[in-house]
Structure formats: structure tokens, C-alpha cells
Write a protein that binds this ligand. Structure first.
Ligand SMILES: Cc1cc2nc3c(=O)[nH]c(=O)nc-3n(C[C@H](O)[C@H](O)[C@H](O)COP(=O)(O)OP(=O)(O)OC[C@H]3O[C@@H](n4cnc5c(N)ncnc54)[C@H](O)[C@@H]3O)c2cc1C
Length: 348
């Protein structure tokens, strides 16, 4: 049994704590957040701000096939995690994640953008193949869509519900949670908090997201809106392939639709800009006209932790593991990435 100190209780830190404590290791987690719940309105873990889409195939638009393969492996991981969280909490597994499908959509005028995306997806047929949908089939799946949209179904894609999964991972694990304690230094065999207290351990894990100790790490600004839309049916995540904007709509419990996300090369966490809100809402209403009467109940900005190649990275040395650079795929790849990281550290 090893003693493990984890800096950062975002997606990577909580999953690592949950996995390692289940394997019998003594785990302590440090994070500046005041507790396992609130996402600090964009000031804390990006994982809370994320839409939570698990879209290995659709992400091929932005990412290499290696990310999609990590994502495919992680889908199975999330199934198991959702089942275990359901058992631990007494809630249904579907309260944590769902895995049915997602849809790619395009207005007829955006045929060029759609053709480009579909060509990218066709480069990795082993990941999956979008299924072109007949108009009537699309309307039956998502009756609130604007008429005239073209649609493709991505079978097996899904979503996690970050506001449920992140607290549940903390509550269901046997780790010691040191909330309100930022870490200043993560070094082999120890973490040092910002108050200068040193905690020795067998393995220190740096999972501080955009605050992790990788050279050349940057934050990439992302903005999302939450719409309250009672009576507007949305059964699955949708992505609109638009000539100018990439916009997704993701259903959440309580008639909430998350609309996201901007991707801006800036580490600016200031509130959502008028331009982003305008573009996201305009594209969302073009796909689902009934959203024009939805209410904007929340807007949030956060930073995706990214390395120069926008790919995730595992750095392993004696007594030290850094996991980071999860960029726009943290939820998608985390279970498989951590499995690789922990087995590399001999912690299976
Ligand atoms: C708008 C937006 C939408 C997104 N949508 C998706 C999506 O649909 N699907 C997907 O797969 N991914 C998505 N992502 C990406 C995903 O959220 C990130 O890749 C993921 O959160 C990164 O995980 P992480 O654990 O590395 O960092 P984070 O989740 O950011 O967690 C880092 C943690 O470290 C803590 N920390 C920071 N500094 C310190 C310190 N000094 N000491 C101790 N702890 C510290 C923070 O408080 C935080 O809890 C999205 C991101 C954004 C911003």
C-alpha cells in the first residue's frame, strides 16, 4: 500500500484519487476549492464548466486519432465508473453518464463545413462512422430541430454530468480531502502547500490543470451558457457544423441546455463576452428555434489546460507523476489516460 498526495481535485485528480483509494492506497488530495461541490463559477476546475461530452468520433474534427482511441477506451471506463457511483450513492447510473449517441447537424448553406468535418471523421473508420439520417428520422429523434437541417448520428457517443460526477467521485472515495489548501510545489515524494507545510509521500501527483508544473502549459479560454428551456425537448448532445462557429447543445437535468463553447487563445477568465454570447445563442436558436424563448440562467468562463501540441501528457519520474494538458478532451480521455499513468507508476 502506497501513500499518495494529489495536488488538484479536478477531473484528473478526483479520478486518480477514486481509483487509487479503491485499490487500497492511502490518498490525500489538496485543492483550493472550499469543498467537493461548487465549481467556483469558473475560478476552479475546468471540469465543472465543461459540457461533459464524450465524443471520440466528433472530436476527430480537432484532434488526432490517438485522442479518439483514448476516448473509445474511456467510454467503457465511464460505464464502469457510472455504475460504481450509482452503487455508492443509490442514484441511477444514468444520473452520472449516458452513452446512447450524439448528432452532427448542418444547415444546407453550411454544406462545405459539413463536408470538411465528415472528411476528417472518415480518416479513422475504426473509430466509427457517422450515419446520415433521413429527414423524418432526424425529426423523430429531435422534434425541436429547425426544419431543413441535415443530420448524422454518432452511435455510442455520450455525456457525463459534471455537476454530479465530480462531487460523487469525492464523496464515494476513501481519500482524505484537504479543501481550501492550495499546493505551491509538487516534487518527488512530497507536496508543499502554499502555507509552506510539507507533506511527504511515496508518490506525489500533479493534477492542477492549468496550474500544473509542465513547461509551456497555457490556458485556453472557453465560455458556456446555460439556458432554461422547459418544454423544449433535447434528447442528446448536438453539434452544429457551421461555416464560422462550432456550437454544441447539451441536455442537462431540470430542462437545462448547455450551449458551448468558445475557444479563444487567452488565459482570461473574465466573464463571457457579448460577442461569444451572441454567437453561441444565435447558432443555438438557428438549430432549435424554440430556444429563442429560453432563459439564460448562467454563463461561465474557464480555462482548458493545454500544451503546445494540444495533446495530454503523462510525466513520470521516481516519486512524481504529472498528468495534464487535457485541453478540450479531459472528460473524454481521463479514465484511459489515468489507467496508463497509474500502471506506468506501478499502481495497478
Ligand atoms: C468551456 C469548456 C468546455 C469543455 N467541454 C468539454 C467536453 O465537453 N468534454 C471534454 O472531454 N472536456 C471538455 N472540456 C475540457 C475539460 O474540462 C478539461 O480537459 C479538464 O477539466 C481538465 O482536467 P484537469 O483535472 O487537468 O483540470 P481541471 O478540471 O481544471 O482541475 C484542476 C484542479 O486543480 C486545482 N488547482 C489549481 N491550482 C492548484 C494548486 N495550486 N493547488 C492545488 N490544486 C490546484 C483546481 O482548483 C482544480 O480543482 C471543456 C473545458 C471547458 C473550459
Amino acid at each position: 500500500m502506497a501513500s499518495i498526495a494529489i495536488a488538484g481535485a479536478g477531473v484528473a485528480g478526483r479520478l486518480a484519487a477514486w481509483q487509487l483509494s479503491r485499490r487500497g492506497h492511502r490518498v490525500t488530495v489538496f485543492d483550493p476549492a472550499p469543498g467537493p461541490g461548487a465549481g467556483l463559477g469558473g475560478q476552479g476546475a475546468a471540469g465543472f464548466t465543461a459540457a461533459g461530452m464524450l465524443s471520440p468520433l466528433a472530436e476527430l474534427e480537432h484532434a488526432p486519432a490517438a485522442i479518439a482511441r483514448l476516448g473509445l477506451r474511456s467510454l467503457e471506463g465511464w460505464r464502469q465508473i457510472a455504475a460504481a457511483l450509482a452503487q455508492a450513492t443509490g442514484d441511477a447510473a444514468a444520473a452520472f453518464a449516458r452513452f446512447d449517441d450524439s448528432l452532427l447537424l448542418a444547415h444546407p448553406a453550411d454544406h462545405g463545413a459539413a463536408a470538411r468535418v465528415l472528411a476528417r471523421l472518415a480518416l479513422a473508420p475504426d473509430i466509427g462512422t457517422p450515419e446520415a439520417l433521413a429527414t423524418a428520422t432526424l425529426a423523430a429523434l429531435e422534434p425541436a430541430l429547425a426544419p431543413g437541417l441535415k443530420g448524422w448520428r454518432l452511435a455510442g457517443e455520450g455525456q457525463v454530468f459534471p455537476q454530479r460526477v465530480l462531487p460523487a467521485l469525492a464523496e464515494a472515495s476513501h481519500a482524505r480531502w484537504r479543501w481550501g489548501e492550495p499546493v505551491a510545489t509538487v516534487a518527488p515524494g512530497c507536496v508543499v502547500t502554499s502555507t509552506g507545510v510539507r507533506h511527504g509521500c511515496d508518490l506525489a501527483i500533479d493534477a492542477r490543470g492549468v496550474g500544473a508544473g509542465f513547461a509551456s502549459l497555457r490556458g485556453v479560454r472557453g465560455e458556456v451558457l446555460w439556458l432554461h428551456a422547459p418544454g423544449v425537448a433535447l434528447g442528446r448532445p448536438l453539434r452544429l457544423m457551421h461555416a464560422r462557429h462550432r456550437v454544441y447543445l447539451v441536455p442537462r437535468p431540470g430542462d437545462v441546455v448547455v450551449v458551448g463553447a468558445s475557444e479563444i487563445e487567452s488565459a482570461d477568465r473574465s466573464p463571457v463576452s457579448v460577442r461569444s454570447a451572441f454567437e453561441l445563442m444565435g447558432a443555438a436558436v438557428s438549430a432549435m428555434p424554440a430556444l429563442a424563448e429560453a432563459r439564460v440562467v448562467h454563463m461561465e468562463t474557464n480555462l482548458r489546460p493545454a500544451l503546445p501540441d494540444n495533446l495530454p501528457c503523462i510525466e513520470l519520474a521516481d516519486g512524481l507523476l504529472r498528468v495534464g494538458g487535457l485541453f478540450r478532451h479531459g472528460w473524454l480521455v481521463a479514465p484511459a489516460l489515468l489507467e496508463d499513468a497509474l500502471s506506468g507508476a506501478g499502481l495497478n
